[in-house]
Structures are given as structure tokens and as C-alpha cells.
Design a protein around this ligand. Structure first.
Ligand SMILES: [Zn+2]
Length: 471
């Protein structure tokens, strides 16, 4: 099966046919670790986590690379302000990043290259671009000549003269064009630096991703992703360098939309941001994944207290269904989405409904229509509850298992036990108690109820048998 995604380079939906059958290579620009991440960063991480999971669901093996920019002007500025080393600042905020990612249930990328590990390869690439005449030296470093690439500006979908007019007034008027960008920045006194043929300095931001993506995934990798604000100039500049280096670059470009506040982009520089850690300490982290799923990934997404509490309520509905399901079912514990990607084949083997899966895929294949796919999941959950109510346990379980596998495929976990461990032993006690009640052995049923209560559960009798809630 093949997913269709909107390709920012061609401006239309494209079949994502991987360069190697069954194996998808994807590179996504990761964070610059100089401060706490905000909701906008959480969105890109979730969008690509969901895309990755879905391609795995279809049976492809995804090699997912996402970098950490651990050297950058902003990191240096902060380090200088706080009187500590750039590495210390980067380490602190990288830790904050991963702990937020863990809370959001974002699976770790297969490769997490750090810019500082690739400096010597970047120096080699810059040297090659200088030798070939694509780059030139001025007083503060080496710059890429954007006029040397005939197709420069492809990802911006705007005319170059407009781009030139909109380009920030640069710090250096020796540049040949306003759009030219730094490949190597000569170090000022007190700045961290690496050796190069052009003196001590550090690479510009746009070079790390082209060197790391090609270095790890090789030429012609399948998907390059990132936030919409990276399409130009960051991704355009990566693309320009790959042309200069004579390497075929990403086959498809995928960009996700912004998080907005009152219609305006959420950004650190605008000061209108909510930090991810703040959000996660106040809300169910799963609510954010749900919000991301409820918006199409290319549309702007508004996060308000009302949409968050709506999302939390919807998740509670799923939790309740799973509690209902787990106490009546024998199904072995499901794989943890943090470490295992569920596939369509797994889902069928676990007894999920083929129709439910097909409908899900129809939406997801259509440029990752997660709002449509999610609506289908909630409809299945509604049907499962009705079937449980009507005592049609077999139907109910098939529907519930479908909800469970699809949610797992989207990266959701359930709180089926109010946060308490629903282990094998507890499950056995529940089954024994249901058997005792069915045999009208009330004494035995009471003993087992007391045992469950002793283990911290609230025990309820329902038409479907024993139901547990955490205390
Ligand atoms: Zn990048």
C-alpha cells in the first residue's frame, strides 16, 4: 500500500513510492536546544511521529533520522549571558526536549545526529563547494552564492526578486546577494570554534542537515520533513547545497503547519508561546496528540483551553471503553507504542475488524487525513459501547480491539486502570471471580473481591462481569 502526501516541491499530492521497496527513509529537522520547547515544536514532533507510525503500520520499515542542533548563535548567546559553556546549555535543553517527547509518547528517532559530531564532514563539504565555485569567502566567513544555482527558490513558491526584497537586511554588506547564506562563520573572541582551512569558526545552520541526511540516509532519500517555516530559507538552502555537491537529495518534501494563537503563529520571538513543559504539567499529554490528530497536519492549529478540555474528555471516553474491554477480555497485553510499532498484519491477527482498518487507511492514505481517521475511531468506540450494552460481547470485543490497535497505531496509550498496573495476576483474579459468580459460588466471589480490594482496586459488578477502577 502506498500513502499519498502533499509534496511542497511539486505543489500536489504524490504517491510516496520508496527508493527501496519496503523501506522508507525520512529526515526531519529537529530542535535547536537553547530554550524550553513550545507547543509548535511539539506539533512537528507529533506529526512526524504519526506519519512514521502509519508507514510502519502499512508494513514498511522506516528509518527515521532527526537531528539536534547543539551549536548555534542562540546557544552561544545564552551561554555567554549565563556564564557557562555552550555544551552545558545544549545538554540541559536537550534533556528537557527528550523528557517532553517521552511524555508525548514520541518514539525516539532511529538516528539522532548532533551538529557538533559532524563538523569535520561539514568542513569537507564546504571546501568542495568553495572549490567548485559555489561558495566564496568574505571577511566574516564563507558564503553560498545562491545565484550559482539556477533553480534557487523552488520550495518558496515565490519569485526570487520578491524573496530578495523580503530577505532580512544581513549583517554583512560584502555578500554578493541578499539571499546568500553563511556556510562557515569565523569565530569571534570567546566563541566556541573548530579548525578549518578558513580559520577557526563554526558551520552555519543550513549545512548540518544536508551533510547529516545524506551521510546517514544516502542519496535520493525518500522524505524530508519539518515545520512550514523551514521550507524557506532553511530547506531551500539545504537543497541548493546538495545541488552544488552534485548529490541527489530528498525525493519528497513534507511540511506541517503552525500552531497559532488568536490566528497568529506561535513563536518564541513573538513571545506568545506556551511551553510544552507547562502544558504537560497541566494537561493529559495525550490530549495534545489528540489535538494534533484533530487538525490536518498542513492546516494551522489553534490550541485553546476549550479544545484541550474537549480533547481530555474524548480521551476519557476511550479509557472507559478500554477498562470495560480489558476486564472482560482475555487478550494478552498490547504492545507499548513507545517501543513497538503495530502493523496492519498484527492488527488483523489480534482480531481487529478488516472494515475498520480499511476505512482508517483510506483516510490516512489521503495526505494523512488524521481528522477523518480519528472520527472513524470514535465511531468504532461508540459502536463497541453499544454492543457491550446490548450484551453482544463478541461484536463488542472485535470493535474494542479495533479501537485499541488503531489508537496504538496513532501512538496512544490507554489508562485502562486509572493509572494502576493491570497485571496478569489481577486479570486472573477477575476471571476467577467471574467464574465463581457464574457458578453462584458467592463465598468464593467475595473472597476474591476482598483480595482485589486489598490490592487497591474498587470492585464493581456489571452485566459484563467484574469491573475494576483504581482508587
Ligand atoms: Zn534542518
Amino acid at each position: 500500500m502506498v500513502i499519498n502526501l502533499y509534496d511542497s516541491a511539486t505543489g500536489k499530492q504524490e504517491n510516496i513510492v520508496p527508493r527501496r521497496l519496503g523501506e522508507i527513509s525520512m529526515y526531519v529537522c529537529g530542535p535547536t536546544v537553547y530554550d524550553v520547547p513550545h507547543l509548535g515544536h511539539g506539533r512537528f514532533a507529533l506529526v512526524f511521529d504519526i506519519l512514521r507510525r502509519y508507514m510502519e503500520f502499512l508494513g514498511d520499515r522506516v528509518r527515521y533520522v532527526s537531528n539536534i542542533t547543539d551549536i548555534d548563535d542562540k546557544i552561544i548567546t545564552r551561554a555567554q549571558q549565563e556564564g557557562r559553556s555552550y555544551a552545558e546549555v545544549a545538554r540541559e535543553f536537550e534533556d528537557v526536549w527528550w523528557s517532553a517527547m517521552d511524555s508525548l509518547g514520541v518514539a525516539r528517532p532511529d538516528d539522532i545526529p548532533h551538529a557538533t559530531e559532524y563538523v569535520s564532514l561539514m568542513v569537507d563539504a564546504i571546501g568542495e563547494m568553495v572549490d567548485k565555485g559555489y561558495a566564496y569567502e568574505i571577511s566574516d566567513g564563507i558564503y553560498f552564492s545562491t545565484d550559482s544555482i539556477s533553480e534557487y527558490g523552488l520550495l518558496a513558491h515565490q519569485r526570487l526578486d520578491k524573496l530578495r526584497a523580503g530577505a532580512r537586511v544581513e549583517e554583512n554588506d560584502e555578500k554578493r546577494s541578499q539571499l546568500d547564506f553563511a556556510l562557515w562563520k569565523r569565530a569571534k573572541v570567546g566563541e566556541p570554534s573548530w579548525p578549518s582551512p578558513w580559520g577557526e569558526g563554526r558551520p552555519g545552520w543550513h549545512t548540518e542537515c544536508v551533510v547529516m541526511s545524506l551521510g546517514i540516509l544516502g542519496e535520493g532519500f525518500d522524505i524530508h520533513g519539518g515545520g512550514a517555516d523551514l521550507a524557506f530559507p532553511h530547506h531551500e538552502n539545504e537543497r541548493a547545497q546538495s545541488i552544488a555537491l552534485g548529490k541527489s537529495f530528498a525525493r519528497h518534501w513534507v511540511h506541517n503547519g503552525w500552531v497559532t494563537v488568536g490566528g497568529e503563529k506561535m513563536a518564541k520571538s513573538l513571545g506568545n508561546y506556551t511551553s510544552l513543559s507547562d502544558f504537560l504539567s497541566r494537561s493529559d499529554p495525550r490530549a495534545y496528540r489528540l489535538l494534533v490528530l484533530r487538525s490536518h497536519y498542513r492546516s494551522p492549529m489553534e490550541v485553546t483551553p476549550r479544545t484541550v478540555s474537549d480533547a481530555e474528555e474524548s480521551i476519557t471516553r476511550l479509557d472507559l471503553l478500554m477498562r470495560r474491554y480489558r476486564v472482560t477480555s482475555d487478550v494478552a497485553t498490547f504492545p507499548d507504542p513507545a517501543t513497538t510499532f503495530i502493523t496492519m498484519e498484527d492488527a488483523l491477527q489480534m482480531g481487529a475488524s478488516r472494515d475498520g482498518l480499511d476505512e482508517f487507511c483510506q483516510h490516512m492514505d489521503d495526505d494523512l487525513d488524521t481528522p477523518g481517521a480519528l472520527a472513524g475511531v470514535f465511531e468504532l468506540a461508540r459502536k463497541a459501547n453499544s454492543a457491550f450494552d446490548a450484551g453482544a460481547t463478541e461484536d463488542a470485543e472485535r470493535l474494542a480491539v479495533t479501537v485499541q490497535v488503531l489508537c496504538n497505531a496513532l501512538g496512544f496509550t490507554f489508562d485502562a486502570t486509572d493509572g494502576k498496573e493491570f497485571d496478569e495476576e489481577t486479570r486472573k483474579l477477575v476471571q476467577e471471580r467471574d467464574a465463581a459468580r457464574a457458578a453462584r459460588d458467592w463465598q468464593r466471589a467475595d473472597v476474591l473481591r476482598d483480595e482485589l480490594m486489598r490490592r487497591g482496586w474498587i470492585v464493581e459488578d456489571t452485566p459484563n462481569g467484574t469491573m475494576l477502577r483504581g482508587r
